[in-house]
Write a protein that binds this ligand. Sequence first.
Ligand SMILES: [Fe+2]
Length: 197
Amino acid sequence: MLTQLREFIQKISRLFSPSLAIENERILELMHQYKLFECSLENLYYFHQSHYTRNLIFKNEFFEILILCWEPGQKTPIHDHEGQHCCMTVLRGTIESKNYVYVKSIDFKGDLTPLLQETYNRGDVSYIDDEIGIHQLENPAINNRRACTLHVYYKPIVGCLSYDLETKTAKKVSLVYNRIIGQRDTHRIAQEISFLV
Ligand SMILES: [Fe+2]
């Protein structure tokens, strides 16, 4: 139900009052409370055979909400979050997160210290920032089913560091939206504004 998603976005927006410090827990609580994985959001899902997709649902100067859609086996590079915060909930399927200790680009020599690997199923929530670590998200091919995740980034992330363990390089990459579903106006949430891919 898009109504629930709209309400969720409105509640998140209220958390970003300039006079309030953001509490990550409040966003995770709202993700729990709204059980977005039970909503019929299929119309907002967009998959691509070549890569996972980043689909913008809402954005203002304080935060952005994206739905990421994953075919089996699709994954991100290992990446940081450019000093921003990320809350995630799984709408469909299962996502694995391989976590590593954060390393600045200049200090990256090709090795990363692994942290605990985590598996998230439908309805699970998680939080990450650079202090906690960097990670690679993947929809494991072995599951042979699609996955969808909803992410709240604050502030919006325009680029990140991408780490390559094979070439032993870390480079800044720009992040794109594969599909823009909603922008500042939550009433336009169900309306596809444009396709970037
Ligand atoms: Fe991430």
